[in-house]
Design a protein around this ligand. Sequence first.
Ligand code: MN
Length: 321
Amino acid sequence: MVDEPWIEGYDVIGDVHGCADSLERLLTRLGYHPAADCWRHPRRKAVFVGDIIDRGPQIRRAMRLVRAMVDRGQAYLVLGNHEYNAVIYSLPTQAAVPEPLRRYYRRLRYQLHATLEDYRLHLEEWRDLIHWLRERPIFLEFPHFRVVHACWDPRRIAQAAACHEGRVLQDDEFLAQSVIPATEPNRVVERLLKGTDLALPAGKTLVGSDGVRRSRFRTKFWSGSPQTYGDVVFQPDALPAELASQPLSAAERQRLLQYDRDQKVLFVGHYWCQGLPRIIHENIACLDYSAVKHGLLVAYRMGPEQRLNNEQFVWVQSNPP
Ligand SMILES: [Mn+2]
């Protein structure tokens, strides 16, 4: 638990994905200023929900900015799935990957392409960054709010908490196991960093707006009493009408998670939301508004309050390449 009663509040910031210019404009709007050693606010700290790297125009610069703030006690960073990918791509744990999955891990190179390019002439810094990322937590708990990249699943959070208090990638054994499907470490990482999903009916696939064909869709983990696929889908691409109206089976409903309304406030990123920032419920907000896809880079100004409201969002229009 992070408890700093002398702090006025925390500015929780969504997926940056290499948009360093946008991040500087957002921090300025939030009242931070570039001091000699890092960006600072006299009374507040920043909390990043992960996915600082990949895709965007100024990845190394964004990462350096965030790292400087974290190292000087001005910010926190929880891991996103992109930071996790960078760590496993860069360590010999790939040797533990079973043969049928090698193709998937080769795809990481594609995802990491822009990041590796940005660090191509800074390999020492890259190696150092990987070790630094291994020290970061996979979730954070403050007295009145929580932060995780994609999904708060109490069972998986408890497992993570039991491993170096959530700094799970520090653990060589955890890290090596995490790349092997259906191991407990793999389930922790998949759930917390990528969230929940459901399989489409047998044989059905959908091509997303990113051009990738998928046989699964991302789901809410807070839906009250959902009846259909349409009630639980949570991703940029809507389901076609005939799938959206398809009833959930009892087994599917059972597998869905619930984040009840009486739980602590929770912030996530990850979901490529669009439009203007809005809370999901009084205790859940997603801060990823597709900064790298001409969307918004979004922060939520958290004070001592126990419930969320739409007035506390602060954002800048992103200007990617
Ligand atoms: Mn993500």
